[in-house]
Design a protein around this ligand. Structure first.
Ligand code: 4AZ
Length: 839
């Protein structure tokens, strides 16, 4: 067969030409005709090829490129001083003739300056003057349009180029004077989001407000509280009299949590100029952590931009003015033996451009300890090792960013603390406690960390880094109950060979029963190292295949089982935002374990904030008030402990005797709290009141909960979920704050560590079953207590979700040394929960 064909494969791109082979040559007499035929065929084929290339490939690739290449709008905004213009109050009124005349005059000057730069001129669209303030300062923005074909030139639109264009014209205007006699100087220009370029003469969603001392006025986002719409472009220019500062508080702030789409951007200027940005925020803020800002002068600009289609209520803002000196006066000398000092206007955002210096002086012979209970000075693009923008400086070191626990001690009886905020971006700042101490005994009855913290003596050399800087774990003489790690640390002997690298250098797991090139199965059996991830289950417990990406078909207790019964050998595969199951069942039902509110990060403090633990429930029994805790696992089901219901009193197992309170923080506050009756109580059939084994119960609610900012379900871990020993988790409840005490009015929280099972078994003298786990501190001091029972022990996973690891069950007393809290191990009872509730 003779063929010359174009074979379009499945993707239409595959070409193939077959020429005549020697053996297929035709008889000579028909040769000429055939040659002509072949030539014609080749020409036709070539033309077809060109046409196909043109229409299919070229067309496609151009379409693909132009899909990506969309024209771009570039906006610069800034301000400039108008030297020769006398200030007139009427310039502040955008509807006045004075404003309109001067604005169009300045717009022409800006336009003409830009047009002198031939590159900028080519793309220039328009300039708009948005405001004037005392000085006289003019605020403007200029817009450029770059067509898709010129996108590679976008980097050429630099701030320097824009400033050059405007400043050159300043020079010219000095000599020749512009046609309109405007002398401009002190020009600024910054690239800004085109969505914030608003023309005050277009009346839509543009407001000019006057803040006054002693008066609190309000404004809201459009559509508040029913919900804002997509594509809002709003701006509020706020002014106040000279020598005043503007304060704006947002008692309600609830917008979409994706900042590129929806955000509020606040400036210490009347133009959206990044060099004078105060802050950009999105998301939702609880009443305990409101957004509250201050200006460094008498002007402020607030932008509200929305692009997402999700409807959220928006915001409510209150504004007022205070004397500038009140906003920016700070620092001073502190001479008491203890006290508190904060950044200016704390807990409001500190104003831009302030400097403060505190000199703390305590009696001679003493030294100063400073502990920051809140420290947040975060700015975009700032390296926290350099802190070149806002910072606190103590003893020559600058601190910035967000810090969980900063404590410092002085060298002498005097300590200086400097605070600096530059012109752009501010934050909540800090709150610090200082106290005098005797250097001979820096932490009476406690251990003094190098970091300046004092910790309980028992925490020294206990194997945990309690100081945060390891100073409590170095230079330890390991006692006989401890193992000496190769790196000098001491760890409890119980932790040796428990498969957790407690020393940090692996030495506690090195000389275990297996050789170095061997793998130690969960049950202690040693196998050659190469059994690991060989797609065969070699250990009885499957631990050799537990965290292997490619061990299909191997199902062990470590595997996640998909709905289609496929096994995934990956640690904590569920709800980690990666589809691991072919049917994606590992990522189904993951609307849980998140807290909607953006919360304060106050250091220490045991009182929970509103919305911090939105799955926590308070269970009230008859007229006894709070008795037990529970957690929300769906809108109809709560998880609690059996021992709350199975007691000597049969009334405890009567559903109608219980009331559940969700969304609660203080026992006496009902705002936002949802009260539900209980329809059914299901206690685990194997619950043993003697041993507390199977201490789990499910409560079906009579009516479903409505999820809100303060009411949300917790994620339940799959049976294979691992909560490694040493993980810090949180236990919450209204339980007693000390053994034998009363229940608490405010919801309490405590960070506790998961304790390894061998240790747990030892310290409880064998009373723990596989349905239990220990969490807390062997040193004591932090624990759940009476009244916390039934409440959740939750752990934060890297995937960004909270999972419930345990249910508060029992313990010997509360917070005693070597007596950690014992919790119901949810993973072991996960299948029972699923069977009873379908969750
Ligand atoms: C209780 O009585 C209880 N320390 C709960 C937790 C603990 C002790 C007692 C753990 O409900």
């Amino acid at each position: 067969m003779h063929s010359a064909r174009y074979d379009h494969g499945p993707n239409g791109k595959h070409e193939q030409i077959n020429f005549l082979s020697g053996s297929e040559k035709v008889p000579p007499k028909r040769k000429t005709g055939l040659v002509i035929f072949v030539i014609i065929a080749l020409v036709v084929a070539a033309v077809a090829a060109v046409l196909i290339w043109f229409f299919v490939f070229k067309g496609n690739s151009e379409a693909a490129i132009s899909n990506r290449r969309i024209p771009q709008t570039i906006v610069f905004s800034g301000h400039m001083k108008l030297a020769d213009v006398p200030y007139d109050q009427k310039l502040e009124d955008i509807r006045s003739k004075e404003f309109s005349d001067l604005a169009s005059n300045l717009e022409s000057v800006i336009g003409e300056s830009i047009k002198k730069d031939s590159f900028l001129a080519k793309y220039y669209k328009t300039s708009v003057v948005t405001a004037f303030s005392r000085g006289v300062m003019g605020y403007y923005w200029s817009e450029f349009y770059v067509p898709a074909s010129d996108l590679e030139l976008v980097p050429e639109f630099s701030e320097e180029r824009m400033l050059d264009a405007l400043n050159n014209s300043v020079k010219n205007s000095r000599s020749v004077m512009t046609p309109r006699s405007l002398k401009i100087s002190e020009v600024t220009a910054a690239r800004t989001d085109p969505r914030m370029a608003r023309n005050p003469r277009s009346v839509e969603c543009f407001y000019v407000l006057e803040a006054e001392e002693g008066k609190l006025k309000t404004f809201t986002s459009p559509g508040y509280p029913k919900g804002y719409t997509s594509k809002s472009r709003c701006q509020w220019q706020i002014r106040t009299s000279e020598k005043n500062s503007i304060l704006v508080d947002f008692p309600v702030f609830y917008i979409e949590d994706y900042c590129p789409d929806d955000f509020v951007f606040i400036y210490d200027s009347l133009s959206p100029d990044d060099y004078q940005a105060i802050t950009q925020k999105c998301g939702q803020r609880p009443p305990s952590n409101p957004l509250a800002v201050a200006s460094s002068g008498n002007i402020m600009l607030i932008n509200f931009i929305t692009d997402s289609d999700v409807q959220r209520p928006g915001f409510e803002a209150q504004y007022t003015a205070i004397p500038l000196s009140n906003a920016t006066t700070c620092g001073g000398s502190l001479t008491e033996t203890e006290g508190v000092f904060t950044s200016p206007l704390y807990p409001r955002f500190y104003p831009p451009a302030v400097d403060c210096k505190w000199t703390i002086k305590v009696p001679p012979g003493n030294k100063v300890r400073v502990k920051f209970t809140m420290f947040r000075m975060k700015e975009p693009t700032v390296d926290v090792h350099v802190c070149h923008k806002d910072y606190v400086e103590i003893m020559g070191t600058k601190y910035c960013g967000e810090m969980a626990s900063l404590a410092l001690t002085s060298e002498t009886n005097v300590l200086e603390v400097n605070f600096h905020s530059d012109k752009s971006y501010t934050d909540k700042g800090f709150s610090a406690e200082y106290s005098a101490y005797d250097p001979a005994d820096p932490c009476p009855n406690k251990f003094a960390c190098a970091s300046g913290h004092c910790i309980a003596k028992e925490q020294k050399c206990d194997g945990w880094n309690d100081c945060g800087d390891m100073s409590d774990e170095i230079k330890c003489k390991c006692d006989k109950e401890q193992f000496a790690c190769d790196n000098g640390l001491c760890k409890p002997r119980l932790w040796v060979c428990d498969r957790v690298n407690d020393c940090g250098d692996g030495s506690d797991e090195k000389r275990c029963s297996c050789e170095e090139n061997e793998w130690r199965c969960g049950n202690g059996v040693c196998l050659p190292q190469d059994v690991v991830c060989d797609s065969k289950q070699d250990c009885a417990d499957g631990s050799d295949e537990a965290s292997c990406k490619s061990s299909p078909g191997i199902c062990s207790e470590f595997s996640f089982t998909c709905s289609n019964n496929e096994c995934v050998n990956k640690v904590n595969a569920e709800c980690d935002r990666e589809n691991d199951c072919a049917d994606n069942s590992d990522e189904a039902g993951c609307d849980c374990g998140t807290r909607p509110y953006k919360l304060n990060r106050i250091v220490g403090g045991q009182n929970a904030e509103l919305g911090e633990w939105p799955w926590q429930v308070s269970l009230h029994f008859m007229n006894n008030g709070h008795v037990c805790g529970a957690s929300i696992i769906s809108d109809k089901w709560l998880l609690s402990a059996s021992h709350c219901f199975v007691t000597n009193d049969p009334a405890n197992h009567v559903a109608s005797n219980w009331l559940t309170y969700s969304g609660m923080q203080a026992q006496y506050k009902q705002d936002g709290v949802q009260r539900r009756a209980v329809k059914t109580i299901i206690s685990h059939p194997n619950y043993n009141p003697m041993t507390f084994d199977y201490d789990i119960a499910l409560l079906e609610l009579s009516d479903p909960l409505q999820f809100t900012n303060t009411i949300q379900p917790i994620c339940l871990p799959s049976a294979s979920h691992v909560f490694p020993a040493g993980t810090s988790c949180w236990v919450t409840g209204w339980g007693a704050q000390r053994e034998g005490g009363q229940v608490s009015m405010m919801l309490q929280k405590a960070s506790v560590k998961i304790i390894n099972d061998t240790v747990c078994d030892m310290v409880t003298e064998g009373q723990v079953t596989s349905r239990m786990l220990c969490s807390g501190f062997l040193a004591g001091g932090i624990d759940a207590c009476q009244g916390d029972s039934g409440g959740p022990l939750v752990c934060f996973e890297e995937s960004g979700k909270w999972f419930q690891a345990g249910i508060v069950s029992w313990g010997e007393g509360c917070a005693r040394r070597n007596k950690p809290g014992v919790y119901t191990r949810i993973t072991k009872l996960r299948d029972w929960v699923k069977m009873e509730t379908g969750i």
